[in-house]
Design a protein around this ligand. Sequence first.
Ligand code: FAD
Ligand code: NAD
Length: 475
Amino acid sequence: MAKAFDVIVIGGGPAGYVAAIRCAQLGMNTAVVDEFVYKDGEPSLGGTCLNVGCIPSKALLDSSEQYHKVSHQLEAHGIKAKEVELDVKAMIARKDRVVKDLTGGIAQLFKANKVEWLKGHGRLLEGKQVEVSPTSGKGKAQVYQAEYVIIATGSKPIDIDAAPLDGDKIVNSDGALEFTEVPKRLGIIGAGVIGLEMGSVWSRLGSKVTLLEAQDTFLPPVDPRVAKTAQKEFERQGLDIRFGARVTNAKAAKNVTVHYEDKDGKQSMQVDKLIVCVGRRPNTSNLFSEDSNLLLDERGLVNVDEHCRTNLPGVFAIGDVVRGPMLAHKGSEEGIMVAELIAGKPGHMNYDTVPWVIYTHPEIAWVGRTEAQLKSAGVPFTSGTFNFAATGRARAMEEKAGMVKIIAHAETDRILGVHMVGPQASELIAEAVVAMEFHASSEDLGRIIHAHPTLSEAMHEAALSVSKRAIHKAN
Ligand code: FAD
Ligand code: NAD
């Protein structure tokens, strides 16, 4: 007789582990199947996000920012630092400690909530059974029975034939977190979120970074003025972004030779390391037996409705393996919604207020719709902007680049989108999310007292600027 659980979650990333903890809080006997093995050979919870994604990349972004600040930015404050030394191995070791602390923390939370961790590869069988095979490939598979199954198997990097990974000189985002010295010349295929974040890390530490981007526009989903300001800043920092570049071949020998074509014809460049970051694809390999009849969509994602229900009764799917942005917090929120729906509660998820952040310097953040999206939907809108340079706090911090844009409905004044590039945009965007969740108007935000001097005054002034009432700018 197969051991039975109320809920089995396949995948222990931010979507799956959050769903499992919420299920356990709601009184359900819950297990999580996860196959991730950290580079030290130990099974590790937290998925891509904690092991090789959000957390390690932010740890390195923070370390590299500290280094860059001490080496280049403190003089403006009257501080001269001489002979600043860089210890890349110590930086990587700190990043590993941050990862270990957090992934170990999830294991503790599982114990505290009595969530069982089944280590191995999970496969959905007919009738909500889940087969778990040992990751090592050795030993017998076990079959468990569940009342409900939540698939949260995440995503993995897309490979391209033109630049096959060799695990040393040509790597994906996992490898980009593990360089033991600063590459003199770093090539990056894809000037998207990962390309810009990892490019920033290694550029701040001294690499000459060249990004090859297939498209002609920079960050197409981002508000054009925000994207333009960011691009100017990144180029000033030394990132060489080449647009309309189609990589035809990359080969590693002593160095990496990259051949590509752009509007001027055939080009080539030599780099010491090459990172391939051209997007991610859903993790569905050997995830379900044919007779389980799980339906995938045309992009290979698990097909779900707005409540993350698959075509199979009692089987849900959440996170990167389903439609919507591939973001940790989107997956976690779906996990909570599904746990509450299973418990008979009114679970809900507002896909209109999922914030995005790109952790470059300055940071880029947005929530809601862009002007282009509103225009094509025929929604009348108006907008207000405010530059950080006009706030006392940003000046005091020597962080003058960037701006906030607030877009509101032309008739109701309801806030429809907030877009920003600037210092601590990752934190400032939370105010916009709260405002939009509460259906605030730009007038509401304009009437709220913001402490002085803070960066949040740029939000306040941008809100006032929607109705041409900003105080510290000519409207
Ligand atoms: P995952 O985190 O991918 O977890 C899925 C888990 O399931 C993994 O442990 C996997 O091994 C396991 N698994 C897969 N198949 C099976 C199976 N059949 N059986 C058992 N286990 C299985 N997002 C942000 O919001 N903010 C960021 O700052 C950010 N930075 C990122 C930086 C990088 C470099 C990368 C690569 C990604 C980043 N992301 C960021 C994206 C974020 O990591 C993902 O959106 C998030 O991890 C998705 O969560 P998930 O739980 O759906 O899947
Ligand atoms: P991305 O979609 O953000 O960017 C990929 C870029 O590569 C695009 O600009 C695309 O035009 C380009 N590209 C595609 N094929 C190419 C080719 N053959 N040659 C040159 N350029 C090519 O994908 P990513 O940077 O790999 O990141 C994957 C996802 O992970 C993100 O979309 C995001 O969902 C998530 N992520 C989020 C964060 C964050 O929230 N801060 C950080 C990292 C990753």
